[in-house]
Design a protein around this ligand. Sequence first.
Ligand code: COA
Ligand code: MG
Length: 291
Amino acid sequence: MKQARPRRSVLYVPAANAKAMAKVENLACDAVIFDLEDAVAPALKAEARTSLQSYFRERSHDPKERVIRINALASAWGAEDLAVAAASSPTAILLPKVETAEQVLAARSALDAAGATAVRLWAMIETPLGIVNIREIAALGAHESVGLECFVAGTNDIAKETGLSIPAGRATMVLWLAQVVIHARAFGIDILDGVYNDFRNQDGFLAECAQGAEMGFDGKTLIHPTQIEPANGAFSPSEAAIAEARAVVALFSAPENVREGVLTLNGKMVERLHADMARRTLAKAGLPLEG
Ligand code: COA
Ligand code: MG
């Protein structure tokens, strides 16, 4: 929410898939997560890491945020992944299956030791223990030196680890997702919704984007380029929301209302807090804040 730049659409790209990697520069997503973890089979881990290293060397600039998801530091691949990622200067490293604050701090120390102090950290929250410990993990958001900027909800892993299914509407999962959203907000961390697997189903995807936006997510993680445009739309203020925001700001800015705390607009109560929210909507849409 405090983000300086939008993170509406964040596309995973398996680092072992050269064809998909070659497309990234021309895609209109806000950020990309190059994946070395679960989208890469064990037999291809080393090859994927080398391809990613060349990719960053050859394409040193892309205005999008570029994030590298490494394997867990405790795994056989984690340390080498981190070394390559640190040397590639991505915007951030995304840590999978984070369950404790110590895991985040260990990654920070390793990055700093590698000289990558500017590289930020993102964390996947996708296990029961990660959700149970969310407060101590999120509290790191208050420490600038840790650089923990963003949480990513890993809905497929939550389903795997808990045994719950993911029906349309995600009734079984919103309770857990809401825990992550509220803790992210409490400590000023951005929060991205999980992926929608049925990527040919545009209606289902739009419905899930709308639900994610209503729940307060900043954006959605994506698996396919066709999901980018609908996600950008769903996580941007609508025309109606912009019009209403302008009206609220104008109402409280009118000379006759300067001393008013509560007013009526189109039959609804509006308070000064709604004017603050309206300015946030205008900022999100990249519009001037005064009507
Ligand atoms: N990033 C960039 N390009 C992608 C892409 C992605 N995530 N997913 C597909 N594309 C490209 C394909 O390479 C293909 O290119 P082409 O037209 O030159 O052949 C084009 O988009 C159309 O792809 P399509 O044929 O519809 O899908 P696919 O069968 O090639 O791939 C998936 C389907 C699901 C395997 C693929 O989208 C994917 O790997 N997504 C990411 C999965 C992932 O990272 N998971 C981990 C986190 S949950
Ligand atoms: Mg996962």
